[in-house]
Write a protein that binds this ligand. Sequence first.
Ligand code: PRX
Length: 652
Amino acid sequence: MAAQVSGQIATVMQEKRLFPPTAEFSAHARVKSLDEYQALWENAAADPSAFWAALAREELHWFEPFQETLVWNEPDAQWFVGGKTNVSYNCLDRNIEAGLGDRQAIVWEGEPGDQCTFTYAQLHEEVCKFSNCLKQLGIGKGDVVSIYMPMVPELAIAMLACARIGAIHSVIFAGFSAEAIADRNNDANAKIQLTSDAAWRRGKQLPLKAIVDEALEKSSTVQKCVVLKRVGNEVPMQSGRDFWWHELMESASSDCPAEPLDSETPLFILYTSGSTGKPKGIKHTTAGYNLYVKKSFQWVFDHREDDVFWCTADCGWITGHSYIVYGPLSAGATVVMYEGAPNHPDESRFWQIVEKYKVSIFYTAPTAIRAFIKWGDEHVTKHDLSSLRLLGTVGEGINPEAWMWYHKTIGGERCPIVDTWWQTETGGIMMSPLPGAIATKPGSCTKPLPGIIPEIVDEAGDLVDANQGGWLTISQPWPGMLRGIWGDEERYRDVYWSKVPGKYLAGDNARCDEDDYYWIMGRIDDVLNVSGHRLSTIEIESALVSHPLVAESAAVGRPDDLKGDAVAVFVVLRDADPNDDLRKTLKQHVRKEIGALAQPDDIHFTNALPKTRSGKIMRRLLKDIAAGKETVGDTTTLEDYSVLAKLRSDEE
Ligand code: PRX
């Protein structure tokens, strides 16, 4: 393998395999050929406003039409200005009016094997009722609703109910700790908390209400809490603050017309890690986000009426927001939602679900694919997966070996694979094959969606040549883009819009090959990708330093076959003996501060950290040590060479 080097960014990948869609797939696809895709993309690029305006009129319901397509005062975008619409209306009422009331909207399976289905009409009724419950509890337009729930239909119902009345949801993944919930609640000024008694996870109960009780002690703005009975365990209810979901719903009316909302009404906040310790509340708004997730869903997943779509993400992440709830439901799709783990009660659970519900489109993360490979083909081959016609991946790059396994073992060599690149900030998929039109190369997210104009630049902001690595930027606003960081305009400008003038800086390195295929090469900042989830090294370091025995720490990623990045931390102790018990204590401590997903895999104790003369931790060196590699490259700015030698000898 030849390495190509541009500045600091080296590419060693020389993947030459090309997988065109079958003639049969293309013949039935929404976009049928490369020429058709090219024409669509060029049409959008020639006049983005006209392109998006026409789609917005076609695809969304408008209580009042918009006057202006885009008002762009970099970095602030306003889309479809003057219009009034409602995301919940577009997902429910509009489909029912189109005659889809009896179509299955959500087909849900619980981890213990219980199941239920909501048609569009039934979902509409539940959403209206819960909207009225929220109103009864004093929630209205602009109020922030914090949601900490398992993957049950009520989670989607709660999101849609917020959208219906103009409240803003902030969904917090049910693996985060009480501390993490309180931080997010305080940052967002959340007014109410939604949760459940507990959640099922690999047959065990995760005590969500108990975690919420601890979080609410530190969330001064949250006045009320609604609790869904999921598991049926005893939980203490605080009189005047806590309400049972089922009791509120019993008396709620199912009449709740959707509120006509200005296009730019905030729809949700979703917290994600950046390169500083404080998570960023990414803000998305109503009309632009809705249009973008609907269209991207249709283009990328080539959605047809009879499809059964299963995205295995959790609604606590952007993938669940955009491709379990808002994208598929506004397109009138049938969505499978599964509550639990892929290996409970055994490793064939996902394939059992695919067979049982005849899933035709399956969308998952490379980390899951690597786990399936490890578990063995026998769990897959005993199930009939012939209903599948399209596969997708999201969250991190997929290595070509895993891609080939997915293609052969899950896709039976007949299903195209859409490798979708996007971010919490982009709202929806930005680059991906359109499966009937674009031949795939394993490991490449291929080409931009219509209306998306990526550019790869060097640190001076100049375009780089083909196959040269550089910073991935987007040079035109798009409707699904974030509208800011909640409560922190300066950080928004600084992180995304200041380093390359006039362009959105995604924070990823990428290259574009001679066929105009894009290859994502990883983050440019100190963000780890652990099992497809973003974690900032500084958040982990802050958590460690909050322990009384820790003086200083540095967190880095170590390549891991299953997780992508494993979390390796280097810890300088205050006045304590390094030992395995302390390792365990510190792992537990990070778990408590942030959540299980941030728990360090390796803890290295050291007397000092390698630093530059200006005091910056030399992460590159630590990464090499964490990965067990010889240190390569420049160490001349090391403040104290002996530190490096010491760290190495500690490893031996
Ligand atoms: O580094 C990229 C990686 O995940 C980051 C976005 O993470 P998050 O906001 O949590 O959203 C994940 C789900 C959309 C990106 O900056 N990433 C995401 N998809 C891919 C990817 N890296 C390579 N290939 C992808 N398909």
